[in-house]
Design a protein around this ligand. Structure first.
Ligand SMILES: CC(C)(COP(=O)(O)OP(=O)(O)OC[C@H]1O[C@@H](n2cnc3c(N)ncnc32)[C@H](O)[C@@H]1OP(=O)(O)O)[C@@H](O)C(=O)NCCC(=O)NCCS
Length: 207
């Protein structure tokens, strides 16, 4: 099995910056219109976001290391704990405002609020699955998804849910092969116009 080639481990706080860098690289098309001329701040904002998710959002991250412990090739977040959504939103807003200024922060917060997710205590929510560009198509996403689902099972969850944009063919094919099924979708003219993402599909799988 290809999955056995990679060691998946739980992320530690020292991984936050590397995870943030990977997420920005993997979702560059989405972040560019959000952050505009302030793209240089994106990794810092994302690092803060990842840290807040870990401390307040009930999210754990899993990573695959490269040749050195500082090098992270792929990562995924999985929400299994309870989340203090208000504190999370306040923390993110403060980070956006500090790095972007009030007006741009408002714009970023609006676009980043998609897709909207309402947490469910019997569900694990998978987010920001990303593999570094040069390491794709080697089974790393599969290895992370396997580990995330195992964690969800161990935590007693009954379903796994995730969002994917309607045009993300690679991710859709991956989730389809894992028997995820569309349970709803959000249309957004705003993200359709500015991010090129009109449909956000919510997929679920029974464990
Ligand atoms: C989507 C992504 C995570 C896949 O990572 P990966 O490590 O290359 O995926 P794997 O090698 O584990 O491939 C698993 C399956 O995904 C699908 N897949 C991956 N890349 C694909 C591509 N370019 N085209 C079509 N299907 C693809 C295939 O079903 C593949 O299985 P197969 O090799 O048996 O055909 C990666 O392309 C990525 O990081 N993209 C940017 C971020 C992103 O869109 N994340 C998804 C958020 S919902």
């Amino acid at each position: 099995m290809v999955e056995n080639l990679f060691v998946v481990r739980a992320a530690e706080s020292r991984d936050d910056a590397a995870i943030a860098g990977l997420v920005v690289e993997g979702f560059l098309d989405k972040f560019r219109p959000v952050f505009g001329s302030r793209m240089d701040r994106t990794v810092k904002i994302m690092e803060k976001w990842v840290r807040l998710e870990h401390s307040l959002g009930g999210v754990s991250s899993l990573v695959i290391e490269g040749s050195g412990p500082e090098e992270i090739l792929a990562s995924v977040g999985i929400r299994i704990g309870s989340s203090d959504d208000d504190a999370l939103a306040r923390g993110l807003w403060r980070a956006l405002r500090r790095h972007l200024g009030f007006v741009r922060a408002g714009w970023a917060a609006t676009l980043l609020s998609y897709p909207r997710y309402v947490a469910n205590s019997s569900e694990a929510y998978v987010e920001r699955l990303v593999v570094s560009g040069e390491h794709r198509n080697r089974g790393m996403a599969r290895a992370l998804l396997d580990a995330a689902e195992a964690l969800a099972r161990e935590s007693g969850k009954r379903t796994v849910g995730l969002h994917v944009s309607g045009g993300n063919a690679a991710a859709l094919k991956l989730y389809e092969s894992y028997s995820y099924e569309e349970s709803s979708r959000q249309h957004s003219l705003l993200t359709g116009y500015f991010l090129g993402i009109r449909d956000w599909l919510y997929l679920q799988k029974e464990l």
